[in-house]
Design a protein around this ligand. Structure first.
Ligand SMILES: Cc1ncc(COP(=O)(O)O)c(C=O)c1O
Length: 277
């Protein structure tokens, strides 16, 4: 380093990676590129970072701060793996666009969040995806709606804004029997009130912008998978979509998560008070 000119030294300052102690929270890894010791290690990293925290290459493929949030939410939801996105709609898009193709059929709850409905309409009009809407409380209606081309059942635990509560175990059981993947938007319930994977869902997603973040100062999304292979499929499309979460937002979301149980407790107490009055 001493032999190099100041121009070179200025653009390659020392990178401090602590040893002998570790930070109490995951730092903001504000680096869009990572360097490797060997060419072999670099080649492997094009498949994305590993769950053990190795193989980070380029921010759009994965970032350590974002991975810390992924692990935290996967743990809370009881999932095998998670994937962060730059917004809740990024999460909805990454899931729907990676698992659907032209000619595929979707069964969806009628009163989903408006942005998801607009996306489903768009996929129907522009990409030839067919959608059948159901009420969300009748397994027989879902069974009747299923077709050989049905790929996804799309639900919300507590729908925005109608607060409809779907019968997750009954509806996802019908989907599972038919080999259809159940996707549940769990934004309103959070994993503190409901863990949809335990009720038969395959994929759970959140607008982390809402309760997970909790401070109205960050936009983000996260998708949790029952099966790591599903994550790989969605990740492979998400890197094309460019839906990655940035490190600073991931840090804010991790900070927000720490108070999630306290906030959900208070929200629930307030809701009960209002209902009883
Ligand atoms: C249930 C639900 N899903 C998804 C979204 C989209 O999230 P974002 O605004 O973070 O893109 C929202 C936003 O209001 C929502 O309420």
């Amino acid at each position: 380093m001493e032999n190099l000119r100041p121009e070179t030294r200025a653009v390659h300052p020392p990178v401090v990676i602590p040893s002998g102690s570790r930070p109490f929270t995951t730092p903001i890894y504000q680096s869009h590129l990572f360097s490797f010791e060997t060419a072999e290690a670099l080649t492997g990293a094009f498949e994305g970072p590993n769950p053990d925290g190795s193989g980070f290459l380029y921010d759009r493929y994965g970032n350590p701060t974002a991975q810390a949030f992924e692990r935290a939410v996967a743990d809370l939801e009881g999932g095998a793996a998670a994937l962060t996105t730059g917004s809740g709609m990024g999460a909805v898009n990454a899931v729907l666009m990676s698992l659907l193709r032209s000619g595929a059929h979707v069964v969806a709850q009628r009163c989903l969040y408006g942005g998801t409905l607009v996306l489903l309409n768009d996929l129907a009009e522009r990409w030839g995806v067919e959608v059948t809407y159901v009420d969300g409380d009748d397994p027989a209606e879902v069974r009747t709606a299923l077709r050989p081309a049905t790929a996804l059942l799309v639900l919300e635990t507590i729908a925005n804004p109608t607060t409809q509560v779907v019968d997750l175990p009954a509806l996802s059981a019908v989907a599972r029997e038919a080999g259809v993947t159940t996707v549940v938007d769990n934004t309103f319930a959070t994993p503190l009130l409901c863990r949809p994977l335990e009720h038969g869902a395959d994929i759970v997603l959140h607008s982390a912008t809402k309760y997970l973040g909790g401070h109205s100062d960050v936009l983000g999304g996260v998708v949790v998978f029952a099966d790591a292979e599903l994550r790989r499929r969605v990740w492979a499309h998400a890197i094309e979509l460019g839906s990655a979460l940035d490190a600073h937002s991931a840090h804010l979301l991790l900070r927000g998560l720490a108070t999630l149980p306290l906030r959900v407790r208070r929200h629930s107490d307030n809701a009960r008070y209002l209902a009883e009055r």
